[in-house]
Every structure is written in structure tokens, then in C-alpha cells.
Design a protein around this ligand. Structure first.
Ligand code: AMP
Ligand code: MG
Length: 421
């Protein structure tokens, strides 16, 4: 395995003078800077679900491999014109896996089953439901278009054809397609290992303390299990790095541990410029840190940095902002680090079920869902502390940075959560 070179030290640096960056520009800048950081390996196709192709997959076989019948019926040799027709059947039959050995003379027919190779002379099949059979003769009504109910060899895939591009993350349907096309092994990227680190003295790991026994001011660490689950759903190897206290030494030790076992890290919390924002401070002092002031709501500055060459995505601590920033910014960037193609989430326009006067200057992502009437409902509160809205929603409504007065019925862009998969 040859490991690709690490990202450049200044990969997250922005040109001087960048103030608030619009979301599309931030995404374009990320796209330009991210490159695969994981080595490639060869895998059996059947073991490759969720992995990313490092090279195009090439068909080794035609699909279908031979002309064959699409139905159970009777194979026809020669044209079948308009009008009622009667044909003699040849002896024997053609079945899937048991081809007919011989030729069918023009004017004759043969019993044929779905998937059977068309015997020599046969190019068209009549459905058995459309046929009356008596002994070794059949009667039916023409015409039949030449090639009806038959599949042509290679009509779907031809050998040597590039069937899936490099950068494609293999879904279950792709596995079936690859196998059918005779692909045995694929070159894939090793799964990207992404560490998830929380921080904050008030943050307590789930399951360690009974809810009733939490000390005043403490909150459960919602981000870590949420982000670990999200990464796993994306086919990445999620590594739990725990929760650092508001203490540089602890944080430094955890980042060093991470450096030895993961390819990238998502941290949440501690990325602003407050006294206890140790993630940004430590990256600033001992690593590389660039605060991307992205014009987006929810989400404060996104801290993008490197810790001894390892990319660190510093997300806001607030769970709503952490998840939105993960979906919108971290997902495509991580996918690119993993060797995947850059994919923008595909949304669709639906009528709004709400009214909103949006101020100019920032793009906004509203927790939203599609109601029974097909319109996009927005969560009652835009307060990003309301984590319940994430579960109430089935996706996000994306509003660009312009000012806009949205009235019920106006089209808005809805991005289902699944668009980020
Ligand atoms: P911070 O960015 O560290 O100031 O955190 C912003 C807000 O998010 C604060 O209210 C934190 O308590 C909260 N927060 C930070 N980390 C987490 C976490 N892992 N789970 C839930 N809430 C968090
Ligand atoms: Mg904090």
C-alpha cells in the first residue's frame, strides 16, 4: 500500500482579506484543497460495499452475455406478419442454463423460458399467454415486432466498458452491477478513519452518570455519539476520541493520540475566541489554524486546521450547528479526503408552508420536513439550542444569502437528510 502525501500545511489558508465567505465559495475552496489521504487496496467485489473506487471499474463480461428471452413463451424463427398464424414446434426446448442445441428453421417455433439463450434462427419471442398450443403446434396473432420479448447481448454493458468511475462509493446496487459485469476485484481506498472529539468541562459522556445525578451546569455529550453514528452511516471508520476537559494538556494528548490512529478529526466546541476555547487556541499556537468565517446560520466560524499534518475540522459546540456544519461542510471535505468524488447534495424545490422574512448576508439552513400536503414546514424555532428540531425534521431548507420574504406557497429548496448520504 502506498500512502498518498499528506495535505499541504497551508491547505486551509485563505487569501488575505477574506471576510465573510459565502457558502458556495467556502465549498469551492474546500473542494480545491482536499485530496485523498488514504492508501488504496484491492478487494473482492463482494466485500466492497461502502468502499470508494480508486480506479474506474471495467466490465469483463457483456450484460446480457448472450441474446436471450425476456419471458416464458415460444421463440420464432423468421418474420411474424399481421394476422393469425400457426407454427410447428421443433422438438426440445431452450431453458436458462440449458440452451437448445441446434437451429430452428424459418417458419418454425420452439418452447423457450426466461433467460434462455435464443437458439440459432430465433430472434423474437411470443408470450405463452398469447398462444394456444395443441401438441406440437401453436397458434397466435401477429404481428410481432422483430426482437420482441428478447434481450440483445451487450445491450446493457459491453466488455471493456468503464462501468463505474473512480471516486464512486459502492452501494448495494453497485455490487450487483459489478458482479453481473464480471468484475471480481476492485481497487478501493482504505476506509477513512475519522476521530470524533468533544470538549468542555460541562460535557459529560453518555451513560457515565445517571441524568438525575448530573452536577449543575453539566450537559450530556450529545455531539460525540451523533457524529460517530453519522460517520459510520457514511461508510467511514468512526473512532471515539472521548471528551477533553477545558485544558490544553489534555487536549494536546488527545490530538497526539488521534494523530497516530486516524486520518482526520471532527471536534465540537471550543472553537471560538473565548477564554475556554482551547481547540482554536491550541491549533493556533502549535498547529495550523484557519478560522473560516462562513456566512451561514447556524454556525459560527468553522475552525479548519492541521495538527502535525492531520486535518482537524473544528465544529461549533451547539449540536444543531455541529450537525448542520457537518452535513454541509465536513461531509464533502471528508468524502474528498476518503477518495470520493465531490458531491453536492441534490435537493428539490417545494412550496413553503411557512412565512419568513430573511435578512441578507448569510445563507440559512432551517430544520424542515415535508408535510402531508407536500409543502416544506419549518421547525417552529430557529434557536439553534433546540436540538429537538433536528429529530422533528427530515431535512433542511436551504436559503441563499440574499434577503427574501418567503410566503406560504413560494418555492424553497429542500434537502432531505438523505441528500447528504
Ligand atoms: P462552545 O463552542 O464550547 O462554547 O459550546 C457551545 C455550546 O455547545 C455550549 O452551550 C456547550 O455547552 C454546547 N456543547 C459543546 N459541546 C457539546 C457536546 N459535545 N454536546 C452537547 N452540547 C455541547
Ligand atoms: Mg466549550
Amino acid at each position: 500500500m502506498i500512502k498518498p502525501p499528506p495535505l499541504r500545511n497551508d491547505c486551509f489558508a485563505l487569501p488575505p482579506g477574506v471576510a465573510w465567505m459565502p457558502v458556495p465559495e467556502a465549498l469551492a475552496a474546500l473542494r480545491e484543497r482536499m485530496a485523498p489521504v488514504v492508501p488504496t487496496e484491492s478487494r473482492a467485489v463482494t466485500e466492497a460495499t461502502g468502499l470508494i473506487l480508486a480506479a474506474p471499474a471495467i466490465a469483463r463480461r457483456a450484460n446480457p452475455p448472450a441474446d436471450n428471452s425476456a419471458v416464458d413463451g415460444y421463440g420464432m424463427a423468421g418474420p411474424v406478419p399481421e394476422g393469425s398464424a400457426e407454427r410447428p414446434l421443433v422438438e426440445g426446448r431452450a431453458a436458462a442454463g440449458a440452451p437448445f442445441d441446434g437451429a430452428v428453421p424459418a417458419g418454425a417455433a420452439i418452447r423457450i423460458l426466461t433467460g434462455a439463450i435464443l437458439p440459432e434462427g430465433v430472434d423474437t419471442v411470443v408470450l405463452q399467454e398469447d398462444v394456444a398450443r395443441e401438441g406440437d403446434r401453436i397458434a397466435f396473432h401477429g404481428p410481432l415486432k422483430r426482437g420482441a420479448n428478447a434481450r440483445r447481448a451487450g445491450e446493457d454493458v459491453t466488455p471493456g466498458q468503464e462501468i463505474l468511475p473512480a471516486g464512486q462509493r459502492l452501494r448495494p446496487c453497485d455490487i450487483g452491477f459489478l458482479v453481473a459485469s464480471g468484475v471480481v476485484e476492485v481497487s478501493v481506498f482504505r476506509r477513512l478513519r475519522v476521530g470524533v472529539l468533544s470538549n468542555g468541562d460541562e460535557v459529560v459522556a453518555a451513560g457515565t452518570v445517571a441524568p438525575e445525578a448530573l452536577r449543575p451546569g453539566a450537559i450530556f455529550d450529545a455531539n460525540r455519539p451523533m457524529l460517530l453514528a453519522q460517520l459510520a452511516q457514511w461508510g467511514m471508520e468512526a473512532v471515539d476520541l472521548g471528551c477533553a476537559s477545558d485544558d490544553r494538556t489534555d487536549l494536546r494528548a488527545r490530538l497526539d493520540t488521534a494523530r497516530a490512529c486516524v486520518d482526520a478529526v471532527l471536534t465540537s466546541g471550543g472553537v471560538s475566541t473565548g477564554d475556554e476555547d482551547h481547540v482554536s487556541a491550541l491549533l493556533q499556537e502549535e498547529g495550523q489554524l484557519h478560522s473560516w468565517r462562513i456566512a451561514v446560520k447556524p454556525g459560527r466560524p468553522l475552525a479548519l486546521g492541521l495538527w502535525r499534518g492531520m486535518p482537524v475540522f473544528g465544529l461549533p459546540g451547539n449540536p444543531v450547528a455541529a450537525l448542520v456544519c457537518t452535513l454541509v461542510f465536513a461531509r464533502p471535505a471528508l468524502e474528498a479526503l476518503a477518495g470520493g468524488a465531490w458531491r453536492a447534495p441534490v435537493g428539490f424545490d417545494v412550496p413553503a408552508a411557512f412565512e419568513k422574512r430573511k435578512k441578507p448576508g448569510r445563507a440559512e439552513y432551517l430544520r424542515a420536513r415535508i408535510g402531508a400536503d407536500g409543502r416544506a414546514e419549518a421547525f417552529a424555532s430557529e434557536g439553534s439550542g433546540r436540538i429537538s428540531g433536528l429529530s422533528w425534521a427530515t431535512g433542511l431548507v436551504e436559503l441563499d444569502e440574499g434577503a427574501r420574504h418567503i410566503r406560504p406557497g413560494d418555492p424553497v429548496r429542500f434537502l432531505p437528510y438523505g441528500a447528504f448520504d
